[in-house]
Design a protein around this ligand. Sequence first.
Ligand SMILES: Nc1ncnc2c1ncn2[C@@H]1O[C@H](COP(=O)(O)OP(=O)(O)OP(=O)(O)O)[C@@H](O)[C@H]1O
Ligand SMILES: [Mg+2]
Length: 767
Amino acid sequence: MKTCRSCGEENLPRARFCHACGLALDEIDQVVQDSRRTVTVVFSDISGSTSLSQRLDPEVFRRVMSRYFEEMRGVLERHGGRVEKFIGDAVMAVFGIPTIHEDDALRAVRAAVDMRSALDRLNIELMEGAGVMMSLRTGVNTGEVVAGDPSAGTLVTGDAVNLAARLESAARPGEILIGNDTHRLVRDAVRAEPLEPLTLKGIGREVTAHRVLEVIPGAVGALRRMDAPLVGRDDELSALQSAFEASVLERGCRLVTILGSVGVGKSRLGLEFARRIEDEALVLQGRCLSYGEGRAMWPVAEVVKQAMVIRDDDTEQQARDKIQSFLAGEDDAGSIAREVSELIGLSGPRSGAGPGYRAVIELFEALARRRPLVLIFDDIHWADSAFLDLVREILEASEDAPILLLCVARSELLDHVPTWGAPEDGASTVTLAPLDDEECRRLLGFVLGRSSPTTEAQERIITAAQGNPLFLEEMLAMLIEEGLLQRSDGRYHLELDPTAIKVPPSIQALLAARLDRLGAIDRSIVEAATIVGEVFREDEVASLLPAAVNVGLGERLNALVAREFIRPETAGVAKSGSFRFHHTLVRDVAYEAIPKGRRAELHLRFADWLESSARAWSRWLQEALAYHLETAFWLRAELGPVNHQISSLAERAADQLGSAGRKAHAAHDMPAAANLMRRAVSIAPADHAGRLEMLPLFAEALVEIGEYDEAGAVVTEAIERARATGHRGVESHALIIMLKLPKRQGFTVSLGYGISGGGEVRKPGVD
Ligand SMILES: Nc1ncnc2c1ncn2[C@@H]1O[C@H](COP(=O)(O)OP(=O)(O)OP(=O)(O)O)[C@@H](O)[C@H]1O
Ligand SMILES: [Mg+2]
C-alpha cells in the first residue's frame, strides 16, 4: 500500500494519483526528504550480562535478554521515543523522530529513569532465579542531527549521537549522564548533580555533564519566570472578572477559554487572575500533560487533591475518607467519594457504570456552594477528549453553584475541536494578541532590573521577540548566559549583529514541534516560503514546488494563515497577495530544518526563476537575485570542496552582486554599494575579470562612507593586480580613488610618476 502524504489515504502500490485527494503521489514523495532536526538521543548498555551468560543456560539467557530488550523498547516507546538499533547489549533510541515534541529532552530523561526502574524489577526475578543482577549505564544528549525520511527507516547521524554514546561509556553502572544541552532543557524537572568536566574519546573538547538522580513527576522541563510585573492585559482581566461575577450572580457555571499562540502569556494571565480573585473564591488549578496517555483525568486529580488536601503519600483509603468527610451530610457521600477517587485514579479500576462525571460534578457543586469556585485548567490543547467532555458536562449539568471554568489553550486546540468555546450559553473565549512595542519595552526593563539596556540593544531584542513575552525572556536569558549581553556602567550593552541573534533552544523546541505537526505538503510550502524570504507571494512559492503541490496552493496558504504560521502582509510597499511569517523565529526554525544541500538547490532554483520571470530589472530585483545566488554558493562551499560547478556559481553570484552594487552606486546609495561589492569581492575567484574591474568602484564607495582603512587595502590590491595583469584602465581608476584617501590613512601617491601608470603606493614613513 502507498500512503498519501497529504491526506493519509492508503492507495494501491501502483497508484500514481491518490484516489482520495487526487494529488500525484510520486511528486509529493519528492518533497519529503531528509531534515535537520534537534533530537535527544538515549544510549543504554547493560553491565553484568557476561556473568549472566556464564551462569545461565544459553536458552534461559536468551530468554532473559529478549525480556530485557522488550521491556526497554516498551518504556522508550511509551515516552514517545523510537528505538533506532540494538548493538550487542546496547540500545540506542531517539526522541524527535518521526515527530518532534517540544519536550523531547524531558521525555528522553524520563524514559532513561524508567528504564532503570524496569531493570530493577527484572533484577528481582533474576536474583531469585539465578542469583545475578544487571545494571544499566545510560547517556542522554541533545543536539542537531540529520534524519532521513522516517518511513524509510534511515538512521540519524551527527555529533550529538556520538556524544550520547560517549556519555554512556563514561557512566558508572546504574548512572544516567546527561549532556549540557539536555540539562538546560530539563533542569526544573530533574534533580541532578554536575560532574567535573569530562574528557571523552573522539570528542575534541571538554564536556560538561550532569548525573540524574530523579525526575519530578508532572514537572515541566524549564519553569517560566512568571515574576516580572504584568504588563498590559487590562481588558482581558476585566473580561475574566465579568465572567466570574456573572457566575456568582447567577449561581451558575461559566466557561471562559483563553486562547493564543505559544508563549504569548496565556498561563500568566490565568495566574494573574487567580491572584486577584483569591480572596473571593476558591481557586484550584490543574494542567493537562503533553503526553498523558492513560492519564486523561490528571488535571481533575490535581484540583481534587488540592481541594481535599490529599497528599501523594496518602493511602487510597485516606484519600477517599477525606472526600467523604468533606461531603458529610450530602446524599450519597460515600458513593460520590468512591466514584471520584476511582475516576481520578486514586483507587483501583472503575467499578460503577458510565463515565463517573456526575460524581465529580457533585463534588464541585458542593465546593462551590460553600465558596465561589474557579477551576483553572491549563494547556487543554493537550487534553484527551474524555477530559474535554467532562468540562462540557460541568458547564451543562452543574446547577445552583457559582463555578467559573477557566480553560487555557494554544490556538491549535481549534484544529482538533473547532467548536470549542463557541459563544453559547455560558461559554466565551478571550484571545491574546502579542504585546505591543511599548509593553515589550516595559517588560524588558523589568526583566533586566534597574539597569535597563541601551536603546539600541533594546530595539534589537524587541524586534526579534515581536511581542512575544516568552521569546523576549528566553532571548535575554540566552544572550546573558552566552555573555553577549554585558553589563557595564550599570547598563546592558548588546554588541551584536541583530541577524546573529539565534533562536534559544527552548523556543527552537517549541517551534520545531509545531512545524513538525504540519503535513508533508504544508511543510514543503512553508519550506519554500522560507527560501523566498520574510515576505513572499504565492507565485514565488509556487516556483519552488512540484506541480502536484501547487494544486490549491492559495487555499493552503490561507489555511496556514488561519493556523497562525503566516499572515497577509499589509504594511509597507508590499505587493498585493503577499504574506509574511507570523513570527521571524518560525521562519528561522523552518529554514534551519532544511538540509544545507537542499537549501542551496532551492536558492539556486529560485534565482533561476527570478531571472527568467523578471520583466524589468529593478535594483531590488537584482539584489534579490544576487542574494539567492550568493546564499546557494556559501551553502555549497560549506558542504564540499570547491569544484568547477561551484566556481562558476561563484562567478555568477559575484557578477550579480557587482551589478547590484553598481546600481546602488549610481543611485548614490553608498552604504548599500559598499556592502554589495564587499560581498561580490569576497565571493569572486581571485582571477575573475569582473572582480578586478569592480575594485576601484568598491574603494570609492568605501571612501564615501568613511571606511578609509578598508578603502586603502582595496585600492592597493587593485593597483597591484592591475599592474600584474596589464589592466591600465583599472590601475588609473584606482589611482584616482587613492587621491581621495586622506593622507593620515598612510597611503600617498607620488604624483611625479603620474597617473598614467607609474603611480607608487607607499606605506607610512616611506614617503
Ligand atoms: N503580560 C505580561 N507581562 C509580563 N510578563 C508576561 C506577560 N505575559 C507573559 N509574560 C511572561 O512570559 C512568559 C511566558 O508566558 P506564559 O508561560 O504565560 O505563556 P503561555 O502563553 O502560557 O505559553 P505556552 O503556550 O507555552 O503555555 C512567562 O515568564 C510570563 O511571566
Ligand atoms: Mg502556558
